[in-house]
Design a protein around this ligand. Structure first.
Ligand SMILES: [Zn+2]
Length: 684
């Protein structure tokens, strides 16, 4: 019996007995007026996946009516549900669920919900991917209520053990449909499992963690369809969380036919970024002065952030038009040409979908503006990190073709007319996850499909005009849905906290195969100590393509030296740093210690913790260890034998000391030097 048969037999054999049951779970809430729709219960890897369908016809109790080699069919009133379980690896399975009417007719579906209760034994950390990023990262068993869609998030929930080992990971294949992800201790109404009354009756609480994935989630128009499918990834494999994430992401990539593109010639070049240096108060002179110094220091990609295309102060009211402002940039194309002559590349910030009422394009585009039932009141959605900031400003409706045409024309102008080399995408997460009731025509059946089509067309247009064009997407929309439309994933802003910056990149690494990770632009006060500046630089060069956002003109010369030294190190090693295999060496602090295995070298970054034993999965003959944890470094590197020449470099990466070391299965390190320092180990 092959593995696939075994799995299906064991999972489905009990269908005549207690395997699948079609029982509706009666709610004990006293206020419940109508009986809830019957729930289809699927045993998967020892847990019960519960499927809740909201359709426009009465459902009856689900009955198992047919068993085929690879599928089970259930009947509930006029509907049929086909279920296919496909093992992917040990303790990893995908579940395909498809609902249609028995008569093949069209029906209306407002939501499909998957819920499950997981015993809390061994669970110490709970995340959904949208709750894992940004300042909301909390290493604890927390509830979450977050959204995933093309404007932000990945529909994936993790339940982890003490050290980040996977207990249960559940994710959806579909990245485009709006999905609400919830996790909580108490079942209650939203989860449709145990209710408060049950706790009282049973005298227990906190027995389970409850997960819920609600697709469509009734925030958009009901979907008219003849069939609706849902594919669920379930892993109970006991391995590190990032391995499961990588497996899930590879599966999504494969199913979505993701194709990595040939790399751009300047995609790995370090960036100077204007935002945390000047905010929107930028002009030709400031940028040119910084770019001139940047060139000397190794910063050759120059990012014009907000302010190049709108009056100051920068407000969303005036954002949405992508012509340069002539008062501060009298001849923008000439400026770009000068950068090109100097071997530099120019990127600009833009916010596709934002259409401020005071931007010049508004009068032309106002009919395409999205209107929700709440009119122009501030719309707050859990995923809208910018909600309080953006609040009242309109966005273009992603469902109407006029939005796509406008966005593509802006892309064309920036890449073709202005000869820009890179576009930095911002504020896509400002699109509210709500039903648009504007009187314009909707050409795309859903918000997610409209956003996806618009971003795809932007990417194709930009690449057609410049095959080297760089497209940077910020979190949370640097997600799997949009992976085909970007070249770099960029973290949530972490300007001063270089540890958070690096952690954010580590959380993106598992799904970033085939694209590049960019560190967020790091910044510091001009009076910052040299040691801390070196820690900033050490952290960003190991996280991804580095980015710096300080006024290079006014910082002390010692800071410039540190930037130059660390970018020199980065440029010498960047192929291996960016394309090597990155792994955390500690679960918490997340990315507090990490390793990268390149083709010929290993890199170890110790920032917030020093593991007593460092296991190198693929040991090389050259190892670079960055220590930012204190003067004395004591640790052991496993899987090494023989003699090594050790060289210590200071925070300016100037050599300060050399030693010979001998490894006998483990290389014991006990050394002191002012930190941060770099240790180079070469097999003698
Ligand atoms: Zn609309």
């Amino acid at each position: 019996m092959n593995r696939r048969e075994f799995f299906l037999t064991s999972a489905l054999a009990g269908t005549t007995g207690s395997g699948f049951s079609g029982s509706g779970i009666p709610s004990l809430g006293a206020e419940e007026a109508t009986p809830p729709a019957p729930v289809l219960v699927l045993p998967v890897l020892g847990l019960n996946l519960r499927l809740h369908f909201s359709v426009n016809a009465p459902l009856a109790e689900w009955r198992h009516i047919q068993q085929q080699a690879d599928s089970s069919i259930f009947a509930g009133g006029p509907f049929r549900v086909t279920v296919r379980l496909k093992p992917m690896a040990a303790d990893v399975v995908t579940v395909e669920v498809e609902i249609q009417r028995e008569d093949g007719g069209s029906f209306e579906i407002t939501s499909v919900r998957v819920t499950l209760a997981v015993p809390l034994a061994g669970i110490y950390h709970t995340y959904a991917f949208p709750s894992m990023i940004g300042q909301s990262f909390q290493p604890d068993i927390k509830g979450f209520d977050v959204w995933s869609s093309p404007v932000g998030g990945i529909p994936l929930s993790f339940l982890m053990g003490l050290n980040g080992d996977n207990v249960l990971t559940v994710g959806l294949l579909d990245q485009t449909t709006i999905t609400r992800l919830q996790g909580q201790f108490y079942g209650g109404e939203s989860i449709d499992e145990t209710t408060a009354a049950d706790y009282q009756r049973l005298g227990v609480a906190n027995n389970n963690y409850y997960l819920s994935f609600n697709q469509l989630a009734a925030v958009e128009e009901p979907l008219q369809t003849r069939r609706h499918a849902l594919v669920i990834f379930v892993s109970r494999q006991r391995t590190a969380w990032e391995n499961v994430f990588t497996q899930y992401a590879s599966w999504v990539d494969e199913q979505q036919h993701f194709q990595p593109r040939p790399g751009s010639s300047y995609a790995l070049d370090p960036m100077w970024h204007s935002w945390y240096a000047f905010g929107e108060y930028i002009d030709s002179k400031k940028i040119e002065d910084n770019a001139r110094l940047g060139k000397e220091l190794g910063l050759t990609n120059i990012q014009f952030d907000a302010g190049w295309n709108s009056p100051i102060p920068y407000v969303f009211e005036t954002e949405g038009d992508y012509h340069f402002v002539a008062d501060r940039f009298p001849n923008f194309p000439e400026l770009v040409a000068r950068f090109h002559e100097n071997g530099q590349h120019v990127f600009v910030h833009w916010s596709p979908f934002i259409m401020g009422p005071k931007c010049p394009a508004y009068s032309k585009m106002q009919d395409a503006v999205m209107q929700t039932a709440r009119g122009k009141d501030p719309v707050f959605d859990p995923l809208r990190s910018t909600g309080d900031y953006l609040g009242k400003e309109p966005v273009l409706c992603p469902r109407t073709r006029a939005t796509l045409d406008y966005t593509v024309e802006c892309t064309r102008r920036m890449v073709e007319d202005y000869k820009l080399d890179g576009l930095w995408f911002d504020f896509i997460d400002s699109v509210p996850l709500r039903r648009c009731i504007a009187p314009h025509r909707h050409d795309f059946p859903s918000l997610g499909e409209g956003v996806t089509a618009t971003l795809r067309e932007c990417a194709e247009t930009a690449l057609r005009l410049n095959r080297n064009v760089v497209m940077v997407y910020r979190q949370p929309f640097a997600n799997l849905n949009n992976k085909s439309f970007l070249t770099h994933v960029w973290p949530v802003d972490a300007p001063f906290d270089f540890n958070m910056n690096r952690r954010e990149v580590m959380f993106m690494k598992p799904y970033a195969n085939g694209v590049l990770t960019h560190a967020c632009c790091t910044c510091w006060h001009r009076d910052e100590s040299d040691q801390n500046v070196a820690r900033h630089m050490a952290s960003v060069v190991i996280a991804g393509v580095p980015s710096v956002s300080v006024d290079l003109v006014t910082i002390p010369e010692s800071h410039r030296k540190i930037i130059r030294s660390w970018l020199g190190f980065y440029n010498q090693h960047r192929g291996e740093l960016l394309h090597g295999k990155t792994a955390p060496l500690a679960f918490l602090p997340a990315a507090g210690a990490l390793s990268i295995a390149g083709k010929t070298r290993n890199y170890i970054g110790l920032f917030e913790t020093v593991p007593p034993l460092i296991a190198l999965v693929e040991p090389r003959d050259e190892i670079y260890l960055i220590n930012c944890t204190g003067e004395r470094l004591v640790t052991n590197i496993q899987n090494l034998r023989g003699r090594f020449a050790a060289k210590i470099y200071n925070h300016l990466l100037a050599p300060v000391r050399e030693r010979d070391l001998h490894a006998d299965g483990e290389l014991h390190l006990d050394m002191s030097a002012p930190d941060p320092f770099l240790l180079e180990l070469r097999r003698a």
